[in-house]
Design a protein around this ligand. Structure first.
Ligand SMILES: [Zn+2]
Length: 325
């Protein structure tokens, strides 16, 4: 009986792997360094080793595995399973990830975008449970996004849909990691928050961050900002609020575009709680149309770092059943 799926969350730093039962129970987990600097072949060998280890630790025979799902950083083609390139995976160019992993494992392998699978994980077992239409924003170095509409993950024709971080929020704004200017990510990510702080400090604002960073503002981190804010530093509190306002601007567009029941925010930044969610909700409510804004809940993620592996498993299960267009 094939009643188990394996989900892999392929990140630039770590590969996380989990064996999951078809009804969503986590049977076993593994996390190991990606070894991305060794190139695609070594990374894939590493992932195959992680799958073997997780099945062994869960006591699951390979014959019970329906399929393997991988959430990978893009751009990619989800239908062919080819990863075109990735800023976090050096040397990856047109890697046939699904096929090469399927050959290694002797199992069906499906590849999807990492933020998309995290969204599907939250939809299945996390903060999106019980709703039909939702979005996820992953607030980290960048801003990743995922969208579920009527219970289906919105992949787009090529699989590049839901790049919420690259919604344009300014005509001529900050330069984004993608090369364009004015993207939401350049303001709403941790990197964007640090940039907001640096700009304020350059304007001469007094702040604890001067001490916390040892006067070297290139060493500023999101954690320093949240620590300073919690210690009552009014400048750091202003930076956090500004970041929340930018996120809220992005969320207001999602609300007007999709009329979702829930928008889920994930990433280390959400530990700030109301200091972040307050301005996000106020801004989204003020800027979006009234009816969808009242309907939409803006909530923290429920799965944290398991969203990727659970979502990858769920995507693989759906796709293996032919339940995906
Ligand atoms: Zn961008």
């Amino acid at each position: 009986m094939s009643d188990v799926v394996v989900g892999i969350d392929l990140g630039g730093t770590n590969v996380k792997t989990a064996a999951v039962s078809a009804d969503g129970r986590l049977l076993g987990k593994d996390s190991r360094p990606t070894r991305s600097e060794e190139g695609p072949e070594a990374v894939m060998e590493n992932m195959a080793g992680a799958v073997a280890a997780v099945l062994e630790s869960a006591g699951v025979d390979r014959s019970r595995v329906q399929a393997v799902g991988i959430g990978a950083p893009g751009p990619m083609n989800w239908q062919t399973g080819i990863v075109y390139s990735s800023p976090n995976l050096p040397g990856w160019r047109d890697v046939p990830l699904a096929e090469a992993m399927s050959d290694r494992l002797g199992l069906a392998v499906y590849v999807d975008n990492d933020a998309n699978v995290a969204c599907y994980g939250e939809y299945w077992l996390g903060a999106g449970q019980g709703v039909d239409t939702m979005c996820l924003l992953t607030l980290g170095t960048g801003v990743g996004g995922g969208i579920v509409v009527f219970g289906k993950l919105l992949r787009g024709i090529d699989g590049t849909a839901a790049e919420i971080g690259h919604l344009k929020v300014m005509r001529e704004g900050r330069t984004c990691g993608c090369g364009a200017t004015g993207c939401l990510e350049a303001y709403a990510s941790v990197t964007g928050m640090v940039r907001t702080a640096k700009e304020g400090i350059e304007e001469g604002r007094e702040t604890l961050l001067t001490t916390l960073s040892g006067g070297d503002f290139d060493r500023l981190t999101g954690k320093m900002i949240s620590d300073a804010a919690r210690q009552g530093d009014t400048f750091a509190q202003w930076v956090e609020r500004e970041t929340g306002i930018w996120i809220g601007i992005g969320v207001s567009s999602l609300i007007n575009l999709l009329n979702p029941e829930r928008v889920v925010l994930s990433g280390g930044m959400i530990a700030a709680g109301e200091a972040l969610f307050g301005p996000v909700r106020e801004t989204a409510k003020a800027m979006a149309f009234d009816v969808p804004a009242r309907r939409c809940e803006i909530v923290p993620a429920g799965l944290n770092e398991d969203a990727g592996v659970l979502g990858a498993a769920a995507c693989a299960m759906d796709r293996h059943a032919g339940n995906v267009r």
